[in-house]
Write a protein that binds this ligand. Structure first.
Ligand code: WQD
Length: 344
């Protein structure tokens, strides 16, 4: 039987590369489209080391409409997993047009090429940020989204969700699975792939990683005066491998049922910044240096997933722990030759 052929946009990125590994190991044929803006070609080498398979790679920018159409014209994909996009929240506030052009414009080119080539299934990398501000910290898929989203980055994710719903309405063949990520952390157990952004990171874990390797002297904890268990912000940190596995389950589910499916992919519990710092320090057997500073604009005190719909519909739930994520992150730091680090 011919293997299902999947195009993964952003497949050399953090979440994309971990999903590519799971897809290959599940027996799918995978090809990657990425512009390498925030990832490195050596990720392909490491995917090959892990899976003994080197996915075909197209260094293409989704903003290049002709190049995107050429990739689809040359292939018969059954499904697209769409990770490609800019995701630096603070940068999106400074440069909104860059985010609308790349994230929304790029997705329009992708969808146009898909429809023209009869590729009718997309799994979209969305984000908990689309929930904006809610009455309660436990987010559920039926909540109203799009209200008081704090950044253009988050607004692009919401816009793309709405675009997908309209495309499904207009095209009876088209199906979309929208996956709302919470806070991805960790790395593949091999230590060969992990989070290694080209740009200056915004997110907590890649910054902790740079503190651990000495590139940044200490972590700035953005506020400890929130109404939470220890005063620092609470988030739902989910291991990237659990997140990747959720994509395979969502793709299988998308074959049937509703043509727009929305799922929270989170562990379902809240962990504070200081608890993350403590967990990393314990795993590395070295106290992570930090100082408490003022709050960061736009931060919410607390939010985490209600993952029950994914559990019931997909038979998926997060299985790896914060401790697993810290151990896997350290293994990646120790083996990752692209950072000058004292862990080698
Ligand atoms: C987590 C907590 C910070 C850095 C955003 C996006 C979301 C998703 C994940 C892409 C917060 C604190 C952070 C630091 C700190 N994006 N922090 N010092 O803001 O929950 O979510 O990233 O997939 O869509 O909205 O994640 O990692 O930036 O912050 O104290 O140097 O860590 O205040 O409480 P966030 P984050």
């Amino acid at each position: 039987m011919e293997k299902r052929k999947i195009l993964v946009t952003g497949g050399t990125g953090y979440i994309g590369s971990h999903t590519v590994v799971e897809l290959i190991e599940a027996g799918y044929e995978v090809e990657i489209l990425d512009n390498l803006y925030n990832s490195k070609l050596e990720v392909l080498d490491n995917i090959e080391k892990i899976t003994d398979t080197r996915p075909k790679f197209y260094q293409v920018d989704l903003c290049n409409k002709d190049a995107v159409e050429k990739v689809f014209a040359e292939n018969k994909f059954q499904t697209v997993m769409h990770f490609a996009g800019l995701k630096a929240v603070a940068e999106s506030v400074r440069e909104p047009l860059k985010y609308y052009e790349n994230n929304v414009g790029g997705t329009l080119n992708l969808l146009d090429a898909m429809l023209k080539n009869n590729v009718n299934e997309i799994i979209f990398s969305s984000s908990a940020t689309v929930y904006g501000v809610q009455e309660t910290p436990k987010y559920i898929e039926t909540m109203t989204t799009g209200i008081h989203i704090s950044s253009p980055y988050g607004k692009t994710k919401h816009m793309i969700e709405e675009i997908l719903k309209d495309v499904v309405t207009s095209n009876p063949e088209f199906r979309a699975s929208i996956l709302r990520y919470f806070n991805p952390i960790g790395a593949h157990r091999s230590g060969l792939i992990g989070e290694n952004p080209n740009d200056i990171p915004n997110n907590l874990m890649p910054i902790i990683m740079k503190v651990a390797t000495g590139e940044i002297p200490e972590l700035s904890v953005y506020g400890n005066d929130y109404d939470t268990l220890d005063g620092t912000c609470v988030r739902d940190y989910i291991h990237v491998v659990d997140l990747a596995k959720g994509h395979l389950k969502a793709m299988e589910k998308l074959e049937s049922g509703e043509r727009v499916q929305v799922y929270n992919l989170g562990a379902g519990n809240g962990v504070s910044v200081l608890e993350i710092v403590k967990a990393f320090s314990k795993a590395s057997k070295k106290a992570l240096p930090y100082k408490v500073v003022g709050r960061r604009d736009g931060d919410l005190a607390e939010f985490y997933a209600d993952p029950s719909r994914a559990e019931q519909d997909l038979g998926w739930k997060a299985e790896l722990t914060i401790e697993d994520a810290m151990a896997d992150t350290l293994r990646y730091l120790e083996s990752d030759d692209s950072t000058t680090n004292q862990y080698a």
